[in-house]
Design a protein around this ligand. Structure first.
Ligand code: DOR
Length: 452
């Protein structure tokens, strides 16, 4: 032990580090909060603690390019402390927080407030996106240069679609100067209106106002065209439809500067769950349960199929949880009135392991997609390279557990997975060499001063 944190030797696990093409049984040594050595045959250094990972999987801490920590302004839904405790419990050691707080992150002062709270209270690394437009109003661009300099890793009005093509064009041009991506929430408000679910046979049966996949398609098609025009870097948030995957594949083939993410819920649930039926995971929920309300909405089985294929092939670059915690009173209302969103950090890995157990994606590929969000915002995380931050997760891909939303670290208990049995569990999360989640102790250490 050289610093204030004990050094850690994680012994004998299957170490999967997609960034360095490693998949072998070996050890990982973390010294002074950094990865010091990955390999075999090392004795336990003086003062180091040993963690046995025999029979388990050891990977880089996951990186979430998309979550809502709600602070400032909506602390009754979540705080930076509770949201990052939830991240740690879900295996995430880096999260990117969206700007739709109150006030939104559209000035340097608000950004610095978030950063100060994060460095004092966050359990994991927190990076912030800034809004694209002042007040998320879709008109006047924020001071992108100033915000980039202050640490904003990208720009997004997420939660609200940037509807104006002219403003999007200028945003892409302006952000390009600072090498920052512009990330859009892709639902054309003119088509979506106040729809509560996906348009199709299920919405017809249930009689709920609905939005077609084309609402996403038209925004993605437009944004890709503008990214091509400007050469700006564009990130498609929470892609939910087969048609969108096709558009992104085509744009990537043409060399457009685009990345895309998909959520665990869009990969595992269809709109049938709004009617109480659950596919492809078999379970049941009462019809019209607002825990299934989310933007963009859960789609059809064909869309889920295409999203899974897109994730496996790399057309979709990474998983973003879109962790969107809400208070009980915002969800315990009629379906159409409910706040959209799913509290997703703590269930992401368990839900996605279903794809591995079904043979749809390999475990190393899944780990890659859970860490490659770092690339979207050029973050120095998501690998076990020597010298990298000591961000490591110990996983048991076979461990069964029952989701209990009431026990979430997140203040948001809004999970459609509540009561389901998952196979695949995060056992330990280590961030900067500190254990920030340990299932054995069922406690989360909130570590201050991690900084970014
Ligand atoms: O369902 C959602 N909720 N989708 C979003 O894009 C925003 C999020 C929120 O902020 O609650």
């Amino acid at each position: 032990m050289r610093g204030e944190t004990p050094d850690l030797l994680i012994r004998g696990g299957r170490v999967i580090d997609p960034a360095s093409n490693r998949d072998e049984v070996c050890d990982v040594l973390i010294q002074d909060g950094r990865i010091e050595y990955v390999g075999s045959g090392l004795g336990l250094p003086d003062g180091a603690a040993e963690i046995s990972a025999e029979g388990l999987v050891v990977t880089p801490g996951f990186v979430d390019p998309h979550c809502h920590l709600r602070q400032p302004g909506y602390e009754y839904k979540e705080t930076i402390a509770t949201g990052t405790a939830a991240a740690a419990a879900g295996g995430f050691t880096t999260v990117c927080a969206m700007a739709n707080t109150k006030p939104p992150v559209d000035t340097r002062t608000t950004l610095e407030t978030v950063q100060e709270v994060a460095s004092a209270e966050a359990a994991v690394h927190v990076y912030s996106l800034a809004a694209i437009t002042m007040g998320l109003k879709g008109k006047q661009l924020v001071q992108m240069g100033e915000l980039s300099e202050a640490g904003a890793v990208g720009f997004s009005d997420d939660g609200i679609t940037l509807a104006s093509p002219a403003v999007m064009r200028h945003a892409l041009e302006y952000a390009k100067r600072f090498d920052r991506p512009v990330a859009n929430h892709c639902e054309d408000p003119a088509l979506t209106g106040d729809a509560a679910m996906n348009e199709g046979p299920v919405s017809m049966r249930l009689g709920l106002a609905a939005t077609p996949v084309q609402a996403e398609e038209v925004i993605i098609a437009r944004d890709l065209a503008l990214a091509e025009l400007t050469g700006g870097s564009y990130h498609a948030l929470h892609v939910s439809a087969a048609r969108s995957v096709d558009l992104i594949r085509g744009a990537k083939e043409r060399g457009v500067n685009v990345t895309a993410e998909v959520t665990p819920h869009h990969l595992t649930l269809t709109d049938e769950i709004v009617a109480g039926r659950w596919e492809p995971i078999i379970a049941s929920l009462r019809p019209y349960d607002p825990v299934t309300r989310v933007n963009p909405p859960l789609r059809s089985a064909e869309d889920v199929r295409a999203l899974r294929d897109g994730l496996a092939s790399g057309v979709i670059d990474c998983i973003g949880t879109d962790h969107a915690p809400h208070a009980g009173h915002e969800k315990h209302v009629e379906y159409a009135e409910a706040a959209p969103g799913i509290s997703g950090l703590e269930t992401a890995f368990g839900a996605l392991m279903q794809l591995v157990h079904d043979g749809e994606i390999s475990l190393p590929r899944l780990i890659e997609r859970l860490t490659s969000g770092a690339g979207v915002y050029r973050l120095p995380h998501g690998s076990l390279a020597v010298g990298a931050a000591g961000d490591v997760v110990v996983l048991d891909p076979e461990r069964e557990w029952v989701v209990d939303a009431a026990a979430f670290r997140s203040r948001g208990k809004n999970s459609p997975y509540h009561g389901l049995t998952f196979r695949g569990r995060v056992l330990k999360t280590i961030c900067d060499g500190r254990v920030v989640f340990d299932l054995n102790e069922e406690s989360v250490e909130t570590v201050g001063a991690l900084g970014v």
